[in-house]
Design a protein around this ligand. Structure first.
Ligand SMILES: [Zn+2]
Length: 352
């Protein structure tokens, strides 16, 4: 099985996140159990958090491969690796449905029944709440699967609100949403998972002053929530790294798709090619010859566990960008999905 490109033996995978939350729930003394508030900050890497969250206990975790939001959040909340939950990215083949875009797919999504942080919360006597926040922008069965078992506190938009709030207002909006969710919950204690898609801004602007200021403000807001009597956790799915669109790579992929009747799947810096039978060697040879040296080509069995749900859903050839050159959506400057340090290393932080 493909692990992160980063070798760091002591670092736990984000698949241990669920277990870490379960430990926190079990550690609370019966009768005096505090609420547990989890801030899910999409796109915040460990290095940034470690420099700014002075009052938290922070551990480093490694994201899954591909370091794609849909794969990683599901791994965090369920504890299942990509090979087990079978969500390898955004565009992939689903048996019976053909090539789907996960974020537009509304048919029921069959996932292994393994429970998640919300079922653990219920078992521990906690009311499980999700503040979908920026997930409200997605109307798809993936969100239902991700938040299975949680009551939803609706109506909160953070980075998907237009115009975008400055960092101080953004931090206040997150804090208010969590406080109102707790105040309105009919039963306590609560576990509240709140999704904030900082990633939306980072794609366009990188880790600019506004992103840094917001992440910095998380330290104080977490401490205020802790002072109200909550244990506060922050975690993330991946970081982003500078990535620039190379028209020659886009042209090569279009040309290969046209010539060999291939189609593309994946997301961000990991893409795959669905190749018709008996064409694989020719397509691989052409890609190897023409791709830049920092875009690496693999057979799918080399990077996805053979026989796994994920492997069945991806294409036969997998492209992983490990430098700055790749393909990106119009105007974006930062991407993720590959396995470099900046993409893979994420924080697990606890206040209170
Ligand atoms: Zn993400």
């Amino acid at each position: 099985m493909h692990g992160p490109n980063v070798k760091d033996g002591q670092v736990a995978s984000i698949t241990t996140f669920r277990g870490a939350v379960r430990q926190i729930l079990r550690g609370e003394v019966v009768g005096a159990r505090r609420d547990v508030v989890i801030l899910a900050l999409d796109g915040v890497p460990h290095a940034l958090a470690a420099g700014l969250w002075r009052r938290a206990r922070i551990e480093k975790m490694h994201s899954v491969f591909p370091a794609t939001s849909s794969s990683a959040w599901l791994s965090c909340l369920t504890g299942a690796d990509v090979s087990e939950h079978g969500i390898p990215g955004v565009v992939f083949r689903l048996p019976g449905a053909g090539l789907v875009n996960l974020y537009r797919h509304r048919e029921p999504l069959v996932l292994p029944v393994v429970g998640n942080i919300f079922s653990d919360a219920a078992e521990a006597g906690y009311a499980g709440w999700a503040i979908p926040g920026d997930l409200h922008a997605l109307d798809c069965s993936y969100v239902d699967a991700l938040l299975a078992g949680a009551s939803r506190f609706p109506g909160q938009h953070f980075y998907t609100a237009k115009p975008e709030r400055p960092s101080a207002g953004m931090a206040r909006a997150v804090e208010d949403a969590v406080a109102r969710c707790l105040d309105n919950a009919p039963a306590r204690p609560c576990l509240v998972w709140c999704f904030v898609e900082v990633d939306l801004r980072i794609h366009a602007s990188g880790y600019d002053d506004e992103v840094i200021a917001f992440v910095q403000r998380v330290d104080a807001l977490a401490q205020r929530l802790a002072a109200r009597g909550a244990v506060v956790v922050a975690h993330s799915d991946h970081g982003l790294v500078p990535t620039r669109h190379e028209a020659s790579i886009a042209a090569l992929l279009s040309s290969v798709c046209a010539e060999f009747a291939c189609s593309l799947g994946g997301a961000g810096r990991t893409r795959w090619v669905y190749v018709p039978p008996r064409q694989e060697d020719r397509v691989a040879a052409r890609l190897r010859r023409e791709l830049p040296a920092n875009v690496h080509l693999y057979g799918a069995d080399e990077v996805f566990a053979p026989g796994s749900l994920a492997r069945e859903r991806v294409g036969e050839l997998v492209l992983i960008a490990r430098g700055e050159q790749f393909i990106v959506k119009g105007g974006q400057r930062f991407e993720h999905g590959s396995d470099t340090r900046g993409e893979v290393e994420v924080p697990f932080a606890v206040w209170g």
